[in-house]
Design a protein around this ligand. Structure first.
Ligand code: SAH
Ligand code: SF4
Ligand code: F3S
Length: 472
């Protein structure tokens, strides 16, 4: 598989770093493209599909947008802030284009899908607008744009999964890889723009998922994360074998590829995560004991307005079941502060839910109204901004305390850690993760291990975000 450098940038939830550049044009390529990605892991995985399509058509990736013939921004619409970040990035690329008029700017992903042709009116100098299901048409659109026309394809599809496209790993550590197992979302959470930008839910051919995971393992990868907006509704009928593949059975098949290949997944919906999935997780050592289970709110009234289709009690029962089946399982959540009509009492219920679930980690946001969503059409965004921010600050403070407590509990414990590379702070330390997805840092001194290997580490101290230990 080819692996040329490309850039990525995350939204506020994830911070990224740059890729290694390709210094010269690789043989057989005619032009260079640059891509920057925002938003969720699925968007990053899509950029790897785009890179593959571009390579096939003679474009090599570059890390440096100043030398690129084509500059792509793979965008996110989840919150207003994510869109603002993209717009300020576009500003810089437009300046670049003024000095190099031949350069083309393409906007891909969710913001392209949300704004469609309007993007071209709002952001002059953007040449290409392509939605998440239309990446196969990129080469044709580029040709069109090269003749000076504006090129747009924002058609959503009911069956596109890019199953046959072998993604080109961008910015990869060569140890952990992401594999899309489905696209779109059929839930209609009132706050969420994803069903509008990504379209209907569809599952990818199980055989192609397994092949991609096997390929990654054969290339030296030791961990795959299966990605979907709602992985528990994965559903595939293998007609040749006359077999129904559910998410639980898919997990098992991936786990069986090799005991040294770790399996993770994201995201689970509390209404859909089954006991079968939990039992499958507990049966296989290499399925990581970690579940991201977005709660959004601890108040049943707010959950109903959000159309999450579960109650506070249901969510608590799911957490209890996880702990029952896997006492050592890490749990994290997404939390939204200040959704429409949220009272102080509702907010207190969110805080008490966090204490109940004892999340190891959370992604926390204040509500940002998105045009076209159920909430934007039906409810008033009536919680004042300063109240939203104050409630969010309380949520963040509590989570910091819970993370600290969770890490304190790990002192003295021994974990199997997959080494992902050097620690951020020092080349003399390894950084890796335990099964529960916690970052573990330990000294290389006296260690014979290499990146991509497993090490047994005893935890000796911690910060709120990191476990620090010694190899045993
Ligand atoms: N499919 C995943 C979530 C995808 S979006 C799931 O259902 O859990 C990631 C997170 O962004 C959501 O869980 C939610 O917490 C947050 N989010 C989505 N829309 C938002 C909005 N309008 N304002 C603030 N946060 C939002
Ligand atoms: Fe959005 Fe809800 Fe679908 Fe998640 S499950 S992507 S929050 S609509
Ligand atoms: Fe953003 Fe689209 Fe993902 S809106 S969070 S990039 S599905």
């Amino acid at each position: 598989m080819l692996d040329f450098g490309v850039n990525k940038v995350h939204d506020e939830a994830r911070q990224g770093e740059a890729y290694a550049p390709s210094e010269t044009m690789p043989f057989g390529f005619k032009k260079k493209f640059y891509i920057e990605s925002y938003g969720c892991q699925m968007n990053f995985a899509d950029s790897e599909v785009v890179a593959s399509i571009m390579n096939e058509h003679g474009y090599a990736a570059t890390k440096n947008y100043e030398e690129a013939d084509l500059v792509f921004l793979n965008t996110c619409s989840i919150r207003e802030k994510a869109e603002q970040t993209v717009r300020s990035r576009l500003h810089i690329f437009r300046q670049q284009k003024r000095s190099r008029p031949g350069m083309l700017i393409g906007v891909l992903g969710c913001m392209a899908e949300r704004l469609k042709e309007k993007f071209l009116e709002e952001e002059k100098l953007v040449d290409i607008v392509v939605g998440p299901d239309a990446y196969r048409s990129l080469p044709g659109l580029i040709e069109e744009a090269e003749t000076g026309q504006k090129a747009v394809n924002v058609l959503l599809s009911r069956d596109e999964t890019y199953a046959d496209i072998s993604p080109i790993r961008l910015d990869s550590n060569g140890v952990t890889g992401f594999v899309s197992i489905m696209r779109g979302c059929n839930n209609m959470c009132a706050f969420c723009v994803v069903p509008f930008t990504r379209g209907r839910e569809r599952s990818r051919d199980a055989g192609s998922i397994l092949q991609e995971c096997r390929d990654l393992f054969n290339q030296g990868y030791k961990e795959v994360t299966l990605l979907g907006q709602n992985v528990d509704s994965y559903y595939w009928v293998d007609e040749q074998k006359d077999e129904l593949v559910t998410f639980a059975s898919l997990l098992e098949k991936v786990a069986l590829i090799h005991p040294d290949l770790r399996v993770r997944f994201s995201t689970s919906h509390p209404k859909d995560i089954t006991d079968e999935v939990l039992h499958t997780m507990s049966r296989y050592e290499n399925i990581c004991k970690y579940i991201h289970l977005p709660v959004q709110s601890g108040s049943s009234r707010i959950l109903q307005l959000m159309n999450r289709t579960y109650t506070r009690e249901w969510y608590m029962a799911r957490v209890n079941r996880i702990r029952e089946v896997m006492p050592d399982c890490g749990i994290s959540a997404d939390v939204i502060a200040g959704f429409c009509t949220e009272t102080e009492e509702d907010h207190q219920e969110t805080l008490s839910m966090m204490e109940f679930a004892k999340y190891d980690m959370s992604y926390m946001f204040f509500y940002s109204e998105r045009p076209g969503t159920l909430a934007a059409r039906r409810y008033q965004d009536d919680v004042p901004e300063e109240t939203k921010k104050r409630r969010l600050a309380e949520i963040v403070k509590l989570q910091n305390q819970l993370s600290q407590e969770s890490n304190q509990k790990d002192l003295g414990k021994e974990f199997k850690v997959l080494i992902e590379g050097d620690s951020k702070k020092s080349k003399e330390e390894w950084m890796g993760r335990n099964s529960q997805n916690k970052v573990v840092v330990f000294s290389k001194f006296g260690s014979t291990h290499k990146k991509g290997e497993y090490a047994m580490v005893k935890i000796t101290s911690c910060t709120g975000a990191t476990l620090i230990g010694k190899q045993i």
